[in-house]
Every structure is written in structure tokens, then in C-alpha cells.
Design a protein around this ligand. Structure first.
Ligand SMILES: Nc1ncnc2c1ncn2[C@@H]1O[C@H](COP(=O)(O)OP(=O)(O)OP(=O)(O)O)[C@@H](O)[C@H]1O
Ligand SMILES: C[C@H](N)[C@H](N)CCCCCC(=O)O
Ligand SMILES: [Mg+2]
Length: 213
């Protein structure tokens, strides 16, 4: 059976993809996969964060296909270690639960010399969730991301805003980009398994969304 699920991308690195992935994974009792992890010499990586925040049992966490040290795009981090990323190893795992796949950085991040993150997304053919900042600068970044995805015929499930809600920005991006806002995640003061689980349980839009993936 084809895996159901989503690919979580963002308008930038450090924008809220992992937080969003933890919320979706928790709400949907999903399996989480970060295929390309970089920056492990500075942080533990996104898999342990999602495992903790979504209280995931080990069997619902697929290890990265590539786990790289430098806090750089995958192609550059791999180069530093003398590794050549083989796109043939980037294959969606066949799992029984919905799958939440998190990208590295945004859509135009190099994965190999001639493949970008967006090319890998096209191959996976999962509907895409775009995570964007709510505030100033998001209109340009969000519309560029939407345009790149549409140009390649990649299905956009919708956009998630992270940070203080900004209805004007939301309206402009929905109208010009012709996308739907899926969620607006407020600034969460204390991100813990409890706050994630409470949020995941109390936002009805999350369950409705599962029926569309
Ligand atoms: N709505 C929010 N409330 C509070 N903190 C947030 C919110 N959104 C993001 N953050 C914080 O911002 C930081 C970056 O977010 P996150 O790790 O989700 O980014 P990312 O897009 O996954 O980055 P990467 O490209 O490294 O995977 C984290 O410390 C996260 O907890
Ligand atoms: C290290 C970081 N947290 C991410 N894993 C990688 C982000 C790559 C971004 C590249 C870029 O757009 O300039
Ligand atoms: Mg992340």
C-alpha cells in the first residue's frame, strides 16, 4: 500500500518545521522520518526532538538516511565528510501509520550536486505542508516557496504559520498564492510533550486534515 502522509517543508531553516512535525505526528499517531539530517556536531538532530515531544515509541521513528555533522545544506555537509549522497537511498519507508517526513531547510536546498530538496519532494509525491513565519518577511518567502512547488506540479496541502497570528499576512498569502492556512501555531512559551499533546488534541483542524492525506 502507498504510504499516506505529508512532507513538511519550510520557507527557511529554523522556522518551525520540527515543531509542526511533532504536532502532526502526535495528532495523527504518525511515523516520523527526517531523511537528511545535518548539523549533528552542534545539536542532537530533529528525530530525538520529535521522539521526545510527540512521545513516540521507537518503532514510529525511522532513522535518517544520512546523518551529517556540519550545520550546512546536505550536499555541503556530505562533501565535508567525503560522502556522496545516493538519491536511490531516499525512498519512502512503507509503514502502516501516516508518515510525517521533514525536509532540511527550505525547498531550494542542495541535496547533491544536481538535485535540490524540491526534486526529492517531487519523487516522494506526498502532499506538502509549508511552514512559514507569521510576521514580517513571510509574504515574499511564502509566495516564492509556493511558486516553486506549483511550477513543478507538487501538491500543496496548505501552509502553517508559526508565531503571533498575523491575519493580514495570512490573507495575502492565501489570496495571491491560492493556498489554504492549515494551522496558525501561537508562540508557545514552554514546548514540552505535555503542551504538544494538549495542542494536538485540542485543535480539531488537525484531525480533519488527516482525512485529506
Ligand atoms: N510557535 C513557536 N513557539 C515557540 N517556539 C517556536 C515556535 N516555532 C518555532 N519555535 C522554536 O524555534 C526554533 C526553530 O524551530 P524548529 O526546530 O521547528 O525549526 P526547523 O524549521 O525544524 O529547522 P531545521 O531547518 O533546522 O530543521 C526551535 O527552538 C523551536 O522550538
Ligand atoms: C543545519 C540546519 N539546522 C539545517 N539542518 C540545514 C539548513 C540548510 C540551509 C541551507 C540554505 O538555505 O542556505
Ligand atoms: Mg527541523
Amino acid at each position: 500500500m502507498m504510504s499516506r502522509g505529508v512532507f513538511v517543508t519550510g520557507t527557511d531553516t529554523g522556522i518551525g518545521k520540527t515543531l509542526t512535525s511533532a504536532i502532526l505526528t502526535s495528532a495523527w499517531h504518525a511515523t516520523y522520518w527526517k531523511p537528511l539530517q545535518t548539523g549533528l556536531n552542534e545539536e542532537d538532530g530533529d528525530s530525538p526532538t520529535v521522539k521526545h515531544l510527540a512521545s513516540l515509541p521507537a518503532e514510529r521513528l525511522i532513522p535518517p538516511a544520512y546523518a551529517l555533522q556540519a550545520p550546512l545544506a546536505p550536499s555541503a555537509a556530505a562533501d565535508l565528510e567525503g560522502i556522496r549522497i545516493n538519491p536511490g537511498r531516499l525512498v519512502l519507508p512503507d509503514v502502516n501509520q501516516p508518515l510525517v517526513v521533514e525536509g532540511a531547510g527550505g525547498v531550494m536546498v542542495p541535496v547533491t550536486e544536481d538535485l535540490l530538496m524540491i526534486d526529492i519532494m517531487a519523487r516522494f509525491a506526498l502532499p506538502v505542508v509549508i511552514v512559514a513565519r507569521s510576521g514580517l518577511g513571510t509574504i515574499n518567502h511564502s509566495l516564492l516557496t509556493i511558486e516553486a512547488l506549483k511550477r513543478r506540479g507538487i501538491e500543496i496541502l496548505g501552509i502553517v504559520f508559526s508565531g503571533d497570528e498575523n491575519p493580514g499576512n495570512m490573507r495575502d498569502i492565501e489570496r495571491i498564492g491560492q493556498v489554504q492556512t492549515l494551522l496558525s501555531i501561537p508562540k508557545i512559551a514552554n514546548i514540552t510533550p505535555q503542551t504538544i499533546s494538549d495542542y494536538a488534541k485540542n485543535v480539531p483542524a488537525l484531525n480533519n486534515l488527516l482525512h485529506r492525506v
